[in-house]
Design a protein around this ligand. Structure first.
Ligand code: CP
Length: 316
């Protein structure tokens, strides 16, 4: 079966998932992003690579970082950007997702950036649209958040260079995390030898070790000598019932404090995809401390999203 992200020539047609993304495409995105970092730091931050193209942002779930950085990235590539306001769109009158897409396609959309609570929504749209359209998954349910996985990989490469020597720990609500899944796949594709997940059993998916990770239930063991710590929020909006005694209890066992961070390598970096819940998964002294690269992650997200859109649009 053909890779749904690639066209007949093997070029990237859609970005739906990091899983199954050929290594050369992943590395090309990271390398292209590196070339755009300079653009985002110039006085004139625009390049004409997507001039005349229309990018539709369709966010059926809340977002601060992803929606905004996609909009900035598209504008810096000189695309026209249309942000559909879902709450005032005809979805509220019962229009189906695919009918909405057909109508936007009739307005000559080139690219759809889609966030949806349903896993597989972006894949559904990608199967439906005509071959000249491009679909970017901006997060679908608990399944995948590929541009977040890519910007996380970009951030790690920026600070640590060589994936083949790294230990990376991902801590917290792995079960509901599309970010964790996309990052684990990216780290595996890039040859990271030691990827750990640290969580209580109730917040781990069944068979998680098959993703190529080592499983820890204890922070003191799991954080020992790691180079990178990635903290995750408790995704209460996806929980079907209480999975933890309390947020306080979670913080005591799995919250990242300066004391626990001291178990990692002295030059370890701390990452978080956001939004952060201070005092639940991360202490403010760490979130705002010298090892945190949480805000640089957001900034790199612009360059990574520029890279993805310019490659899909054939402009890079
Ligand atoms: N990391 C992330 O997806 O953040 P937003 O929900 O704000 O887009």
């Amino acid at each position: 079966m053909r890779n749904p992200q690639l066209n007949e020539k093997g070029d990237l047609q859609h970005l739906l998932n990091v899983e199954g993304l050929p290594r050369e495409h992943l590395v090309r995105i990271l390398d292209t992003a590196a070339s755009f970092v300079g653009v985002t730091e110039r006085d004139v931050k625009k390049v004409p690579l997507l001039r005349g193209k229309s990018v539709f942002n369709l966010f059926f779930e809340p977002s601060t970082r992803t929606r905004t950085t996609f909009e900035i990235a598209a504008k810096r590539l000189s695309a026209d950007v249309i942000n559909l306001n879902i709450s005032t769109s005809s979805q509220s009158k019962g229009e189906t997702l695919l009918d909405t897409i057909d109508n936007l396609a009739a307005m000559h959309a080139d690219m759809f950036v889609v966030r949806h609570a349903a896993s597989g929504a972006a894949h559904l749209i990608a199967r439906h649209v005509a071959p000249h359209h491009h679909v970017i998954n901006a997060g679908d349910g608990r399944h995948a958040h590929p541009t977040q996985g890519l910007l996380d990989a970009y951030t790690i490469r920026h600070y640590k260079s060589d994936f083949s020597r790294l230990s990376v720990a991902i801590v917290g609500d792995i079960l509901h995390s599309r970010v964790a899944r996309s990052l684990i796949h990216a780290l595996n594709i890039l040859g990271t030898p030691d990827v750990r997940v640290i969580a209580p059993q109730t917040l781990l998916p069944t068979g998680v070790a098959q993703l190529g990770v080592r499983v820890f239930h204890n922070m003191n063991e799991g954080l020992r000598d790691v180079d990178v710590v990635v903290m995750l929020r408790l995704q209460n909006e996806r929980m079907k019932g209480p999975l933890l005694p309390s947020a306080q209890e979670f913080f005591k066992c799995y919250g990242l404090t300066a004391e626990k961070l001291a178990l990692a390598k002295p030059d370890a970096i701390v990452m978080h995809p956001g939004p952060m819940n201070r005092g639940v998964e991360i202490d403010s002294s760490v979130a705002d401390g010298g090892q945190a690269v949480i805000l640089p992650q957001v900034t790199f997200g612009i360059a990574v999203r520029m890279a993805v859109m310019s490659i899909l649009g054939g402009g890079s």
